[in-house]
Design a protein. Structure first.
Length: 490
């Protein structure tokens, strides 16, 4: 495990640091020295945050149907709804934007972008898309047919929706520890390899067009996948002649966790780890709005030339010419820089440590979270925090409403609102395996003072937890109903 720790001693952790600052252990000349981790950047431009009052927030929340997605961004104080496209770009990325070649076809920006993807991921055929869900749609529309089954460690919302849209079935195969929020495991994002083999035996190899791994495992608490698990899944795919695809949204964070937690990688750079990991895959999808450090963009990549040609035809139909894929040339150049910056060790050390800082303080308050904290977010176990609110009264959504009302914090539910569905026979709502609230931290946006404010608000929410009531859903539009659903208090 990493020596990066915050504040008080963790259970079973031999390092007890007295300071409440973000700390890391360095080695200088053979002796150990503790130094604070600081933001590895200076702030050049600022955006004002408009302060709101509790009565204002009560009105805004009701007008939004108790759904944070429907709030105006200007009415939010700390926005932890998502880490997708909400980060701050670097000076080098803004400089790259000015180099953008806006030629319709064959722009220099595309070739710089494609070279960056190949150098990190190793794939020869790269199709840019406006974001990750577009890459998913093209992949599954090309490879899947009705009745097919796509296994994953855990599908995220758009991945599942794009699979189901073409008539296939998305199956989650997390390890047992991945379904237990309080359980400590270094790689809770892993796929259950035995369950994968059993699924193939059950449905037949011919009904499985591909196997997918999401790194880090977003719906499973932002938990990493080990290199050993990637190799084991690859071995199963080889045995049954199945392609393996990676959902690469947070590949750099996953590489850092492998370096920190997996034997044999402590001296390996995140770039080298990423290159090895993707060498076991046949292709990947990526929303570069995460570890690409951009506000828009994504890609679909493979080493299969024939498949890429087939995918490019659909890309031209719905996204744009294959060398721009629905993006401006400046966006492609910003991605090329961002993909490399995401692998910077100082940045990754700070990124993972800042998430752990929030997780540690929520745990100290008494708020149950998915342990250990993930890379891009802290996930609150809303079912454990609000045991008096049943799943069909949406404890996660109720917690979101209280967080916004108390302190203007916006987050997202990952539970029955996002993943529930109606049973066609009984008409009852199927509940999700876990009722989580994700506090996703945008990259290079908030300082420790902002996170301290979040902790203070959450302490007040925790103190008032017994009076938080459930919600009823009064309107929905499947699929992906969580984006637009409206609620009322019970």
């Amino acid at each position: 495990m990493s020596n990066d720790v915050f504040g008080k001693k963790r259970p079973g952790d031999g390092n007890a640091l007295k300071s409440d600052k973000l700390l890391v252990t360095h080695v200088f000349g053979g002796t150990m020295s503790h130094r604070s981790i600081i933001e590895p950047f200076r702030i050049k431009s600022v955006e004002p945050i408009r302060m709101t009052t509790r009565p204002e927030r009560r009105r805004f929340l009701a007008d939004a149907g108790y759904n944070p997605f429907l709030l105006r961004a200007e009415d939010v104080l700390i926005d932890l709804l998502t880490d997708s496209g909400t980060g701050a770009m670097s000076a080098e990325q803004w400089a790259a934007i000015m180099r953008g070649d806006e030629s319709y076809a064959g722009a220099k920006s595309y070739y710089r972008f494609a070279a960056a993807v190949e150098s990190i991921f190793g794939f020869r055929y790269v199709l840019p898309t406006h974001q990750g869900r577009a890459a998913e749609r093209i992949l599954f529309s090309t490879t899947c047919k009705p009745g097919d089954v796509v296994p994953n460690n855990t599908h995220f919302d758009t991945t599942r929706a794009n699979i189901e849209y073409v008539g296939a079935r998305a199956v989650d195969l997390p390890i047992a520890e991945g379904r237990e929020p309080a359980t400590i495991h270094p790689f809770k994002g892993n796929m259950d390899v035995e369950a994968l083999e059993a699924l193939i035996a059950e449905v037949g190899r011919e009904r499985i067009p591909l196997v997918m791994l999401t790194i880090t495992n977003n719906s499973g608490g932002g938990q990493p996948v080990s290199m050993a698990n990637v190799k084991a899944v690859r071995a199963v795919c080889d045995r049954f002649a199945l392609p393996l695809y990676i959902d690469a949204c947070r590949f750099a964070e996953n590489a850092w966790f492998i370096r920190e937690r997996e034997a044999g990688y402590a001296q390996t750079s995140p770039r080298e780890i990423a290159r090895e990991l993707f060498s076991y895959a046949d292709g990947c999808t990526m929303s570069a709005k995460k570890d690409g450090l951009v506000n828009i963009g994504g890609f679909l990549a493979t080493n299969d030339e024939a498949l890429s040609r087939q995918e490019s035809r659909l890309l031209i139909l719905t996204e744009g010419f294959p060398t721009y894929g629905g993006l401006a040339g400046r966006d492609l150049d910003a991605m090329a820089v961002g993909l490399n910056e995401a692998l910077d060790e100082d940045y990754l050390r700070y990124r993972i440590a800042s998430t752990a800082y929030l997780g540690r303080h929520l745990t100290d308050i008494g708020i149950p979270i998915v342990q250990p904290p993930g890379g891009h977010a802290v996930y609150i176990d809303a079912a454990a925090l609000l045991p008096h609110v049943p799943p069909r009264a949406y404890p996660g959504q109720a917690l979101l409403a209280e967080m916004y009302l108390e302190g203007g914090i916006r987050a997202v539910e990952i539970g029955t609102v996002m993943f529930g569905s109606t049973d066609p026979d009984s008409g009852e709502e199927r509940t999700a395996p876990m009722e989580l609230v994700r506090l996703a931290i945008p990259r290079r946006v908030y300082t420790q003072s902002h996170i301290d404010y979040v902790c203070e608000v959450m302490a007040d929410v925790f103190a008032a937890r017994e009076r938080i009531g459930g919600l009823t859903m009064v309107w929905q539009a499947p699929p992906l109903r969580h984006f637009t659903a409206r609620f009322e208090p019970l």
